[in-house]
Design a protein around this ligand. Structure first.
Ligand SMILES: [Zn+2]
Ligand SMILES: [Zn+2]
Length: 181
């Protein structure tokens, strides 16, 4: 993939992504990824895993940015992230977790996000794992991402809770298999 572009006047970034059409096919076209808002982090992806679920997702309701396993580096963070997740600074290697902890349930508030009681994949109504609407635009229209991640892209925008820090010495992260499921 090409290196990260310079953000536009509104802070958005444009880059390529694989978009499923919901009928078994996909295209690789530019998407616009908005600047992170409160609690959000924009990631420049450096690696992505490919699993059978991605094949199935070609027939999920589209259009959909494909991919739910990935690794990359923090590109920028939204307001409030520095207070709640101080380790998420620009350049920090990260893994993207498709079972995004809600950050609000009792387990999350005890710092046990791995035991979250309401990740979006369990109950989308309860979780807070989705970025605000309109985070990603394709052909000028808001588009969803697989598992609220969409890792088959140059950039993506996720909740801070979706990220796990990798070792600081793996800036060219290739550990997507760690995030596989
Ligand atoms: Zn939780
Ligand atoms: Zn998978």
């Amino acid at each position: 993939m090409a290196p990260s572009q310079t953000p536009g006047a509104d802070g958005s970034l444009q880059g390529a992504a694989a978009i499923g059409d919901g009928r078994g096919a996909f295209v690789i076209e530019p998407v616009v990824v908005r600047a992170p808002q409160a609690g959000e982090v924009r990631v420049r992806l450096t690696a992505a895993g490919l699993c059978h679920t991605d094949h199935a997702s070609l027939r999920w309701p589209g259009p959909l940015v494909l991919g739910h396993e990935g690794a990359g580096v923090v590109e920028s963070v939204g307001p409030g992230v520095a207070a709640t997740h101080p380790q998420l600074q620009a350049g920090q290697p990260v893994l993207l977790n498709w079972a995004i902890p809600c950050g609000r349930c009792p387990q999350c508030q005890r710092g046990r996000g791995s035991l979250c009681e309401r990740t979006h994949s369990i109950d989308a109504k309860l979780g807070s794992s989705a970025p605000t609407p309109g985070h990603t635009l394709w052909r000028g229209q808001a588009v969803e991402r697989s598992f609220k991640l969409g890792t088959f892209a140059e950039h993506t925008l996720v909740r801070a809770e979706a990220l796990t820090c990798g070792p600081s010495n793996c800036r060219r992260a290739t550990p997507a298999p760690w995030a596989a499921a």
